[in-house]
Ligand binder design. Structure first.
Ligand SMILES: [Zn+2]
Length: 56
């Protein structure tokens, strides 16, 4: 059985032996502890979520 995780966008399972995207979100807080979250997304879900974003 292939290991899979839940997609952060659609909630369905993401087989880790297929194309997928991992996202690491870091919340930088000046007056509090930083916060880090990890997400796994389907390739298509990531494209619809991040398509058109500009790099800093
Ligand atoms: Zn998805």
């Amino acid at each position: 059985m292939t290991e899979s995780l839940s997609c952060g966008v659609c909630g369905r399972s993401v087989p880790l032996d297929e194309d997928h995207v991992t996202v690491s979100v870091e919340a930088i807080r000046i007056r509090d502890r930083d916060n880090r979250d990890e997400y796994v997304l389907h390739w298509r879900c990531a494209e619809s979520a991040f398509g058109g974003w500009l790099k800093p």
